[in-house]
Design a protein around this ligand. Structure first.
Ligand SMILES: Cc1cc2nc3c(=O)[nH]c(=O)nc-3n(C[C@H](O)[C@H](O)[C@H](O)COP(=O)(O)OP(=O)(O)OC[C@H]3O[C@@H](n4cnc5c(N)ncnc54)[C@H](O)[C@@H]3O)c2cc1C
Ligand SMILES: NC(=O)c1ccc[n+]([C@@H]2O[C@H](COP(=O)([O-])OP(=O)(O)OC[C@H]3O[C@@H](n4cnc5c(N)ncnc54)[C@H](O)[C@@H]3O)[C@@H](O)[C@H]2O)c1
Ligand code: SF4
Ligand code: FES
Length: 812
């Protein structure tokens, strides 16, 4: 006879526990599930996506009726359990079902907390917790215009974004003086507020609602300070309260929720609790990651018990939680304890130009928590250090929060992650788990990876990383719907480019309007990408939008960690002369330049220059910009070559200078570095450059897609040619093809790995017509080049705009 297992609550934690049990013991239990809601188990997290218009109700079903049938689970939906007789081990449902049990799991979740305000029972006052609430909001938006969300936490802001998408005017009422105070500090909250205001939300902070006004239907709010606000809909998002009435009636021990030990056992034998209705070591969790961890432990414990073994399960020890806001155009991440105290120290990066803020709080050489805004790419690494309580005393502090300005290559966070690091936080799936599944089971799609590992099955925030892992592991492009360019749009990079071409779109806001961008002004990911693509497609007519460029590119200098700038003038082929050196020395003296440094690209960097001095420095230098800051050609490093070196067989300096003069200022998807060495001894390191030329007897070998950064990669031999002219033509064809085919911010190394060298050779070397066309398009692009320093020095208006006003907000 099978043991009887009854689950009360058909939600995310309860059903995940059942899935884990079935994995361990597919046939041991006769399982019965009671659910109060009328649907099968669905992904509550994605209600935000349903409201924001990114998914339909059917898309968020996690386990359909067929799954229950296939696993022989008796499911009663729309039928809550109303009493439990724990003596005779029987539960009774509202519809009168009596079901006996050997094991009983409470997974009754939470209810939305409704403020007990006068008028809270009026029509048009709702919560945001289930499918019904979501449908009510969608219906309301068809008839009414104004909405108020009470509560500026995760749920409130996701609801507000959804209501904006439904074309309502949205006001958010928040009790505290900054948003998401449970997840963010004041600085990050202020940046978030500005971003959301840009998107169209209006905020009322420090406001306490006293009463809801209106007749049968809500018409407004009255606040404690006497002010009023009119509205047609009120959504309360002020927290949750565990659903414990039934447990209370059953006589289970209750604190803030049902009290459980490390095995998720309640105070009564064979009765367990899991999910938001459970309190473990004084903590009640409200996010799925810890609830799924609980479910796994509980499943193992119940299965071991059924075998009448002594329990081997180490037990649930509590979780480090993290949160991410699911709102288009906003990247926010928060984990652990991020509040500064007298015992903590913190590392901070605050880039007001690009609206990036990162804070990592440290105590006794361990990371306690972090807040990331604007760029959350460091989150897996920091979370991993936080969870493992890694001793960071030996780490260079810069390594904890590396930034591009500090020399780090950050384009593939996934590639540089350790196997033990977590890719999917919701489901606790590591990079190693996913890579093993891909290799062992031959998985090719994100959906397959989800089915086998559960990664990407909850909030979906890790889908891009899973996709990238498939591509990195198999060397093939993952067979999934293309990943959107950013959270502002459904369209992938490729689709946006195709639309710009097909519809003849010519400026950034036009692209956003025509392609139904979700946020009015885009974000720091899509704006620079659109600016690049528009310039690529119509180089002669497109007017570059400097406000859609990253700060260094906008100011034509590299910002340093103390807020000063570095200036690197162009030195073609790494060659200089005494006049240039004298000029540089004079400028260094006149402007008290604290550091002069020879760079890896063979030029001289003047570091520590104040922003207001930049135009004067450029003027006095009277040299061209070295573009040490741009997504463009950086340097062409050269070796001494035949003129002086005993081994030299070719004029590397001459060719290097020719190349650098030809391609300077060219806009590319990411930075491009080149080198020319005059013999295979390769003193200019041609093997680790985007384009590297090596002289061999009477010929030049051209290598591409090398990289000397974090993702060290040896270049691939593209071809061998005889003359400098052929070198130039081949570089033109290759670089133009890269410009047209790569995604913005994709280095040549990643692009070549993604599309394959052979396919590039076919176009760039073998298809004569296409090669000629690429070279022509390259020449057109190059014809528009103007040195930016010279342009700025000679234009008062440009100087005024860039250096005197504070036009620094990418989103402004
Ligand atoms: C809009 C929204 C967005 C969210 N986004 C995120 C996110 O991005 N990341 C994240 O980690 N978390 C998110 N959450 C929270 C997450 O959804 C919850 O933590 C999770 O659903 C809790 O799972 P649970 O099974 O404990 O409870 P629930 O999912 O609430 O399931 C409990 C179920 O039990 C049923 N029930 C209650 N009493 C009875 C009874 N007596 N008999 C039968 N059935 C009963 C309820 O009707 C319910 O269906 C979000 C929540 C919402 C509402
Ligand atoms: N992206 C995510 O991870 C995500 C998204 C949505 C919901 N959730 C989860 O769902 C649950 C509910 O979310 P939530 O945002 O309601 O809970 P919350 O407790 O995190 O936030 C509630 C917010 O409402 C504010 N508030 C409280 N009383 C108020 C009042 N009278 N007037 C105005 N503001 C008031 C609080 O200051 C707080 O910031 C949480 O467990 C949350 O973690 C998570
Ligand atoms: S690469 Fe060859 S030619 Fe150039 S400096 Fe080195 S040894 Fe001399
Ligand atoms: S991080 Fe939420 S589904 Fe993977």
């Amino acid at each position: 006879m099978k043991e009887k297992l009854v689950l009360i609550g058909n939600g995310m934690a309860g059903i995940r526990t059942i899935e884990e049990i079935i994995k361990l013991e597919p046939n041991r239990f006769e399982i019965t599930v009671f659910g109060e809601e009328p649907q099968p188990n669905y992904n509550r997290i994605l209600l935000s996506s349903v409201l924001q218009g990114d998914a339909g109700v059917n898309d968020i079903i996690l386990n359909d009726y067929k799954w229950y049938e296939e696993n022989q689970i008796q499911l009663y939906t729309g039928d809550p359990v109303v009493s439990v007789d724990s003596k005779s081990q029987i539960v009774k449902s509202a519809n009168g079902i009596h079901q006996s049990y050997d094991h009983l799991i409470f997974a009754t979740g939470s209810n939305a907390f409704m403020l007990p305000l006068p008028g809270a029972d009026k029509e048009g006052v709702i919560a945001f917790r289930n499918i019904k609430d979501c449908e009510t909001m969608i219906e309301t938006a068809k008839k009414y215009k104004r909405a108020v969300v009470i509560g500026g936490g995760l749920l409130g802001l996701e609801a507000a974004r959804g209501l904006l998408n439904l074309k309502m005017e949205v006001e958010v009422i928040h009790l505290q003086d900054f948003l998401m105070e449970r997840q963010l500090d004041r600085t990050a909250a202020k940046m978030l507020q500005e971003e959301l205001e840009n998107q169209g939300m209006r905020f009322h902070l420090n406001k306490q609602t006293e009463k809801l006004l209106g007749g049968k239907r809500v018409e407004g709010l009255l606040f404690k300070d006497g002010t009023k606000l009119e509205t047609d809909l009120v959504v309360m998002a002020v927290g949750i309260k565990p659903n414990i009435q039934l447990a209370q009636k059953t006589g289970l021990e209750i604190g803030r929720a049902i009290q459980v030990n490390d095995k998720l056992e309640t105070s009564q034998p064979n009765v367990y609790a899991v999910g938001e209705c459970a309190e473990h070591r004084g903590v009640v969790y409200g996010l799925v990651a810890p609830l799924y961890e609980q479910g796994k432990v509980l499943a193992a414990h119940i299965c071991e018990q059924s075998k009448e073994q002594t329990s081997q399960t180490p037990g649930y020890k509590g979780s480090v939680v993290y949160t991410q806001l699911k709102v288009a155009g906003v990247d926010v991440f928060s984990a652990g304890n991020f509040i500064d105290t007298e015992n903590t120290k913190s590392i901070r990066v605050h880039d007001e130009f690009d609206r990036i803020y990162k804070k990592v709080v440290i105590q006794d050489n361990r990371i306690l928590g972090c807040v990331l805004f604007g760029d959350t790419s460091d989150s897996p690494r920091i979370l991993s250090m936080l969870r493992s309580k890694e001793d960071i005393s030996k780490l260079n502090k810069v390594a904890i929060l590396p930034s591009e300005q500090m020399g780090a290559e950050k384009e593939s966070a996934v590639a540089s992650m350790l196997d033990s690091e977590t890719i999917c936080g919701c489901n606790g799936v590591s990079k190693g788990d996913i890579v093993s599944a891909i290799n062992e089971l031959g998985l090719k799609t994100v959906r397959e990876v989800t089915q086998c590992t559960n990664a990407a099955r909850s909030c979906g925030g890790c889908k891009p990383q899973v996709q990238e892992l498939i591509e990195l592991t198999t060397g093939e492009e993952a067979n999934v719907a293309k990943e959107p360019m950013c959270t502002c749009t459904h369209y992938s990079h490729e689709e946006v480019v195709a639309n710009i071409r097909e519809l003849g779109l010519t400026f950034i806001h036009e692209v956003m309007n025509v392609l139904n961008w979700k946020s009015k002004d885009g974000c720091s990911k899509c704006r620079p990408a659109l600016n690049y693509y528009l310039g690529l497609i119509d180089p002669l007519n497109y007017e570059d939008d400097s406000h859609s460029r990253f700060v260094n590119e906008r100011l034509h200098a590299n910002i340093q960690n103390d807020g000063t700038f570095s200036v690197v003038p162009r030195m073609y082929g790494g060659v200089t002369d005494s006049a240039q050196l004298r000029k540089i020395a004079d400028v260094a003296d006149r402007f008290n330049v604290p550091l002069l440094k020879v760079t890896g690209g063979q030029r001289i960097d003047l570091l520590g220059i104040n922003k207001e001095d930049l135009p004067k420095v450029w003027k006095e230098l009277d040299m061209r910009s070295g573009y040490a800051y741009g997504k463009t050609l950086r340097t062409v490093k050269t070796c001494v070559g035949e003129n002086f070196c005993r081994f030299g067989t070719q004029d590397s300096i001459g060719l290097g200078i020719l190349i650098e003069k030809k391609y300077e200022g060219l806009n590319t998807p990411h930075k491009v570095k080149m080198a020319v060495s005059a013999c295979p001894r390769n003193c200019a390191e041609s093997g680790i450059k985007d384009v590297g030329i090596v002289g061999v007897e009477g010929a030049w070998e051209i290598y591409v897609a090398g990289n000397g950064g974090v993702d060290l990669r040896k270049g691939d031999l593209l071809c061998k040619v005889q003359t400098s002219e052929e070198v130039i033509n081949t570089i033109s064809a290759f670089l133009q093809y890269y410009r047209e085919q790569a995604k913005y911010l994709e280095r040549t190394s990643h692009w070549v790995e993604r599309v394959g060298l052979d396919s590039i050779k076919k176009v760039v070397l073998e298809d004569h017509e296409e090669r000629v066309a690429l070279i022509e398009r390259m020449d057109i692009a190059l014809s528009t080049y103007q040195d930016p320093w010279e342009e700025l020095v000679n234009s008062e208006e440009k100087k005024e705009k860039l250096f005197k006003t504070n036009l620094v907000n990418l989103n402004s």
